[in-house]
Design a binder for this molecule. Sequence first.
Ligand SMILES: Cc1cc2nc3c(=O)[nH]c(=O)nc-3n(C[C@H](O)[C@H](O)[C@H](O)COP(=O)(O)OP(=O)(O)OC[C@H]3O[C@@H](n4cnc5c(N)ncnc54)[C@H](O)[C@@H]3O)c2cc1C
Length: 493
Amino acid sequence: MESVKVIIVGGGAAGLAAAKTLGSNVDYLLIEAQNYIGGRIRTIDAVPNVTVDLGAQFIHGETNNLLYEICKSLDCILPVTDIKSNEILAITSDRTIVDPEIIRQVLIVWEELLDEARSIFGDTTIPKNYPLSDYLLEHLKQRLLSAIPSLDNLVDAFCDFFNKGELIENGCFKLSDLSLAEYGSYEYLNGLYEIEFKNGGYRPFISYMKSFIPDDNRIRLNSEVIRVKYLKENHQLLVNIRHHDKTSEQQQPISAILCDHIIWTSSLGYLKENFSSIFVDEIELIEQKQDAINNLGFDVINKVIMIYEKLFWPENVGDIILLQAQKQKSIEFSNSLKNLLKTEKIDIQLINTIIEAIHRYVVLPSTNIPILICWFGGPAAVLLEDLSEYIIGQICHEVLCYYLNISFKLNPLIRVLKSEWYKNKFIRGSYSYYSIKSSTKDGEQLRATYAPDGIPRIQFAGEATSARAYSTVHGALESGIRESNILLSIMNK
Ligand SMILES: Cc1cc2nc3c(=O)[nH]c(=O)nc-3n(C[C@H](O)[C@H](O)[C@H](O)COP(=O)(O)OP(=O)(O)OC[C@H]3O[C@@H](n4cnc5c(N)ncnc54)[C@H](O)[C@@H]3O)c2cc1C
């Protein structure tokens, strides 16, 4: 039977960082269930010479951020001075354009309120099950109105807009799932918060990280670790692997490898679904982690990427926001879309949920091709996975045209792409958050090492194990380095 020193499970940012840190002299294998390296970083060629990221898109912060340092040295960051489209265009559902000065003031109030919510972190008087939604309900409307009395008839639309954005920011299904007490545990790094990539997106970063792995069959793609058992007698782990490159499920062969250590980096979503079966033989490990896996939050956000031939919104606009007034008029779709929805038997309730969730179109600044990204959170993010790219793209397009008050026939989409992070059975969502059922203790439990003979045998990395930067690429990167350094210190003893 094949035997190696270390198995790294997962080839996302955490697994790649673990491999780079161990170095090529350590006898390791990187086992990846899917047919590509990158995990939740996935850069796609959208149209000739233009890439888009279906997963992670930004770098969050500059100071004390290794990811930023690496990408800066790779010269793949888009300079802020190259971003010409940076104005916000806010439109109400009765097609009124909101004064940019109002938007500026509203954003200040919102940011201040979130800063206050973050400062609650560490306050033990706040019950763990107190959700962020209650805090916002108590303060947001009243703060907005007292800062900007003229907002009166728009205040509810703004509250709704911010709530939808916050679902995406935190990757949670509803804001009542999000813990207020832990909201401030995420550390905002100094510098720009949403650093954009040049055309090529995250791809140069993944290529760079991969370049540290020798080309000697150390990466095994299409290989899912399905069972791990610690063998007391020889202090090794028996790892069963299912090979997914075969066509039929029944024919997928299973192989076994022995190793001394595992660095496990799969998403929390994957762990929620598979942890107890993979580690069925390791009762103590299940006792150590199962509660943390259940308690921590992991839902889904998705993107719909809309590619046009020519620009039809103002050139200086980088962000189109939709403010849905209380009495939202129903949007009259084109006959062809109506017919298609009918033929495909798509439930009207589903369409309404999707329309309601649309609140923002963000221009991709790394290319001259007009590309809008429509971000979805909450129930709509799951529902859209069952729609074809054509249908969801057309819905997003026609809603935008309605708000802009232009004909949807004039500027047809040339391509639509969408992510499906929930359907992906090796990911099962987007990123982790502290739910009202969880606390910092759960994070600690999740990253705790399993050492059945006193020596760390199974270590856990991945974004969800990061204390300060869960949900991010830089958090994932740091977690892989953290666990490999622990292992190196043991191996060098
Ligand atoms: C839509 C979206 C937008 C995002 N935007 C940003 C952003 O702008 N900035 C940012 O910093 N972060 C963003 N994120 C989050 C970021 O992508 C993740 O935090 C990060 O990429 C996670 O890396 P990871 O290595 O921890 O996990 P993953 O990337 O999930 O890697 C784990 C790997 O393990 C594999 N795997 C799972 N189970 C097994 C098994 N049993 N055997 C073998 N392999 C297995 C999976 O296939 C996967 O490749 C976004 C995520 C999404 C989904």
